[in-house]
Every structure is written in C-alpha cells, then in structure tokens.
Design a protein around this ligand. Structure first.
Ligand code: SAM
Length: 243
C-alpha cells in the first residue's frame, strides 16, 4: 500500500473536537460501524461518499477487499480519488451504481455497509436488489432516522438483529443496526420502534436519546394538530422511560 502526500486536499468535515475526518481519522460514528465489520471481510460500502470507511479498514489491514458504491458523480469521483491517493486500486473497486447494483457475484461480498442515509432509503436499496446479497452477507446499517421501517424490512426478509447501538456525535443521535439472515424472528411493534436489543440493554445513550425525543414530541403535541401516531409514540416513550 502506497501512502501519498495529502497536503493539497481540503478537509471536508470535522467532528466536535475540530478533528479532521478522512480515511485515517473516521468520525466516531464510522469508527463504531467499522468495529462491526468482520475481520477479513469482503466489504461493499454502498453510498460510500469519499470512501473513507473502506479505505480506513483496508489501510488497517482489517478487510480483504472492498467495493465502494456511489450513485452520485461527485462523491463517486471523491471515492476514486481517495482510493487512488492511497494506492489501493488493487483492493478497492469504486463503482458508480444505484444501491446494491454496485455488487457483482465475482466480488464475493461478505459484508455490506449502508450508512448515513435515511432508514427508508436503506430499506428501499435492500428491497430493490436483495437477491444480489445471496442472503449471506452481514448487513451493517447506520440509518439517519427511519429505524422502525428498516427493522420491519429486516424482520420480514428473514434477518435477525445481532447488534444495535446508539451513539451521539455532533448533537445527533445515531443508531447502528447489524443483521444477518437467520431463523425467522418476530419483533413486536415496540421492539421495531426502539430496537429489540437496545430496549433490553437500556444504555445511557439510548435513554438520553429517548428523553430528548419525548420532549420534542410533547412540544409537537402541545402546539400542533399532530397525527395520532405522535400521541402513540409519546405514550410508548413515556412507558419506556418509567423507572
Ligand atoms: N456512507 C457515508 C457516511 O456514512 O459517512 C456517506 C454518507 S452520505 C450522507 C450518503 C451517500 O449515499 C451520498 O454520497 C449519496 O450520494 C449516497 N447514496 C444515496 N442513495 C444512494 C444509492 N441509491 N446508491 C448509492 N449511493 C447512494
């Protein structure tokens, strides 16, 4: 692997500490996603943007190969540039493609990451080309909202949730959901909403997230003619947070 000077590249993001985020220094969110990629995986990172996740994992020697898929031209070119500048073209293939269409059977993909998109978008990507996964790949999902419909899709398509976590970064609460095909599982409406494993673990980050959500939804209820769903969610969250 060849390291090439990066001094001409503008940092595009920073975390709360003002740290530059790039293919070496991932956001905490992407670090937590990276920790869920099995060692030696052949990873497809769909919606890869700058390709930071697969490049960081490859630089660290943690994965065997990767595909970085992007539907939009500017991030596709950015991912190509990151891979080229790191001399990783032999190990990471960057493809301009919609969702899982980036994956070819010969890639032998064993893990798929879909991060930083809405849960419904991730669900629709999975639904459109699910057969490309052959049911074997681990899914590492980091939806920005829309977790409930995403979990419902997983349940209805034979996936079992193996790991979930909540983390807070840059004033956003993020969830990570890891799933693999397994024995059919039936999650309740509450489990689909809060996360079956998150509900059990009741971590501090999880409880804080739902305290904030409760305040927000209560404000909505107080000031607007909110849909019945909001009142139901307020009830669910209040019950969840009861000591
Ligand atoms: N995955 C990176 C992360 O978590 O930091 C980038 C997240 S960025 C907010 C979302 C990226 O997904 C964008 O670059 C967008 O172009 C890409 N994207 C959205 N829909 C897509 C699709 N159907 N197929 C491939 N990429 C998609």
């Amino acid at each position: 692997m060849r390291g090439i000077a990066r001094q001409n590249r503008a940092p595009i993001r920073a975390n709360e500490e003002g740290q530059r985020l790039n293919e070496q220094t991932l956001s905490m969110r992407l670090e937590r996603v990276a920790a869920q990629v099995p060692a030696g995986a052949r990873l497809a990172d769909i919606g890869s943007d700058h390709g930071y996740l697969p490049v960081a994992l490859m630089r660290r020697g943690l994965i065997a190969a990767a595909v970085a898929g992007e539907v939009a031209l500017t991030p596709f070119r950015a991912a190509e540039r990151t891979v080229r500048e790191e001399g990783l073209e032999q190990h990471i293939t960057v493809r301009l493609a919609n969702g899982l269409a980036a994956i070819e059977p010969s890639d032998g993909i064993t893990a798929v990451s879909l991060c930083g998109m809405g849960g419904e978008t991730i669900r629709d990507i999975l639904e459109r080309d699910n057969m490309r996964l052959c049911g074997k790949a681990r899914l590492i999902l980091q939806p920005n909202g829309g977790e409930q419909p995403l979990r419902r899709w997983l349940m209805e398509n034979g996936y079992r949730i193996l790991h979930e976590e909540v983390l807070r970064e840059n004033r956003f609460d993020y969830e990570i959901i890891v799933a693999e095909r397994g024995e059919p599982v039936a999650y309740t409406d509450l489990e689909l909403y809060f996360g079956p494993l998150l509900m059990q673990a009741r971590s501090e980050a999880f409880l804080r997230k739902w305290q904030r959500r409760l305040r927000l939804k209560q404000r909505i209820l107080a000031h607007q003619a909110a849909p019945e769903e909001v009142a139901r969610h307020v009830r669910w969250i209040s019950e969840l947070l009861e000591p």
